[in-house]
Design a protein around this ligand. Sequence first.
Ligand SMILES: Cc1cc2nc3c(=O)[nH]c(=O)nc-3n(C[C@H](O)[C@H](O)[C@H](O)COP(=O)(O)O)c2cc1C
Length: 227
Amino acid sequence: MSEPAPLIPLEPLPLPADPLAAADAFYEIMRRRRAVRTFSDRPVHRSLIESVIQTAGTTPSGANKQPWRFVAVQDPMLKKEIRDAAEAEEHEFYSRRASETWLKDLHPFGTDEHKPFLEAAPWLIVVFKCMKDEHPESESDQVYYVNESVGIAVGMLLSALHHAGLVALTHTPSPMKFLGTILRRPQYERPFLLIPVGWPAEDCHVPNISRKRLDEIMVVDRPEPSS
Ligand SMILES: Cc1cc2nc3c(=O)[nH]c(=O)nc-3n(C[C@H](O)[C@H](O)[C@H](O)COP(=O)(O)O)c2cc1C
């Protein structure tokens, strides 16, 4: 058994003068994040992509196993390969695999099997979940709470992208196994999300959807027992 990690002093952020104003200001920023499907051809510097992935890498994870891999794709040939494979899967999905209910739920977004954004976006960040720890600090290569950890990491990534003024789409071509094959990832890395990233197109429009109200998503304590 290894020694517990030594403790170091926490480096807290300076306390905001008005924490509620700070929280509200952050909400005002975050509520403007939208899933974007039309990108400008303006390039995004690699250093920006490195910075947002570094932020995603600060995410908490089960036993600090950090079970994520972010593959940043900018090669146009590779993007085309990914688009072709995604569109083949999506063709099957929209014409055969998706249930009536699923297609009805997707209708408001106007999505179909065509995925031009997979070539138009200057970068694709392909997120993989790692089903084992490649360089374990302990004897075990086990990983824990992988879906929870990688899901939070994607949340951090999307927040960092938005904070930098970039836009993104969380895309899930179904199934996504082709991503591991095309990108030559090891077997234990499983595709989690495909995220085109860039600047919004000049005439970028997004679906007019609503978000649930606070009282619909938050419960304080518990309801009275039903008699
Ligand atoms: C896990 C996940 C999978 C998604 N998959 C797709 C997808 O395959 N194609 C797509 O166009 N949008 C996809 N979306 C985007 C959602 O449609 C979008 O986030 C939702 O409509 C809310 O809109 P907003 O992100 O602008 O708030 C996905 C979102 C999530 C979180």
